[in-house]
Design a protein around this ligand. Structure first.
Ligand code: ADP
Ligand code: MG
Length: 262
């Protein structure tokens, strides 16, 4: 169980008069993610989704509040416990290209978390890499390539492989398919749905796209300006959303072709 309790993130930003303003990016959010479940988080750009994701993934310290994983505050762990947590809690970032080291080959990128977090022999490491590469449907011939020699969809798959090779309990996907064109996007989303069946973890899909959210999960959180405004369970269609802001989001969607289906 991953439990977020009254979490807040404030940034101090310089204003035009050379003074400082405090900006609250995430404001007193509480939520619970159960084991082996899938969730989506939607909200317009700037609503604080990535800030929340980074705090939940133990990348960015909160200003207030706590994040408990299996009852333990992840921001109060010993260095050893934190290392173990890295294997259990993964964040797949928004921009796959920026998330990969341009100097590393695909093989080296996937190898990195294994080297850092698992004590595997060279053979075991290689076997794990080959297995995960097959699961994310990347051709083995791509293992020697650098990120700039890959398509956007292939880069996404490398990032997913990197996160999944540790069989994490919790994976947060932050706009992981946003930059991709629609057909590639659908293929990557389908891959994630497949992987979830196999790995049995808890997934949180963060997106600004309500259709992607509905496609990926039926338990959806809605954020606006740092607040959690709505939480919808059994969200099978737009009709499930009752909160005025959620309705507003749906009303502002561009018109779709009658044949539209994600
Ligand atoms: N390091 C930072 N310093 C100051 N403000 C920040 C910083 N990071 C994010 N913000 C602000 O916090 C708000 C939420 O950002 P973010 O979490 O990236 O939103 P989202 O992912 O929903 O687009 C934005 O207004 C953004 O400008
Ligand atoms: Mg974001």
């Amino acid at each position: 169980m991953l439990e977020v309790r009254h979490i807040t993130k404030q940034y101090t930003v310089k204003n035009q008069r050379k003074g400082e303003n405090v900006f609250t990016s995430v404001d007193d959010i509480s939520l619970k993610l159960k084991p082996d479940s899938s969730y989506a988080l939607i909200g317009e750009s700037g609503s604080g989704k990535s800030t929340l994701a980074m705090m939940m993934a133990a990348v960015l310290p909160p200003t207030h509040g706590e994040i408990l994983m299996d009852g333990k505050d992840i921001w109060k762990l010993t260095p050893k416990e934190r290392r173990r947590l890295r294997g259990d809690l993964q964040l797949v970032l928004q921009n796959s290209k920026g998330a990969l080291d341009p100097r590393k080959t695909v093989y080296q990128s996937i190898e990195e978390p294994l080297k850092n977090l698992c004590q595997l022999s060279r053979e075991e490491q290689q076997r794990t890499i080959y297995e995960i590469v097959e699961k994310v449907q990347l051709e083995k011939s791509l293992l020697t390539r650098k990120p700039n020699e890959l398509s956007g969809g292939q880069q996404s798959r490398v990032c997913i492989a990197r996160a999944m090779c540790l069989s994490p309990k919790f994976v947060i996907f932050d706009e992981s398919v946003s930059g991709l064109d629609v057909t590639v996007q659908k293929k990557v989303l389908d891959l994630l749905l497949e992987l979830r069946k196999e790995f049995h973890g808890t997934y949180l899909f963060i997106t600004h796209d309500i259709d992607v959210a509905l496609y990926m999960s039926d338990h959806i959180f809605v954020m606006k300006e740092g607040h959690l405004l709505d939480e919808v369970q059994n969200a099978l269609s737009y009709d499930a959303f009752q909160h005025p802001y959620s309705r507003e989001l749906i009303a502002s969607l561009p018109p779709k072709s009658p044949h539209y289906r994600l």
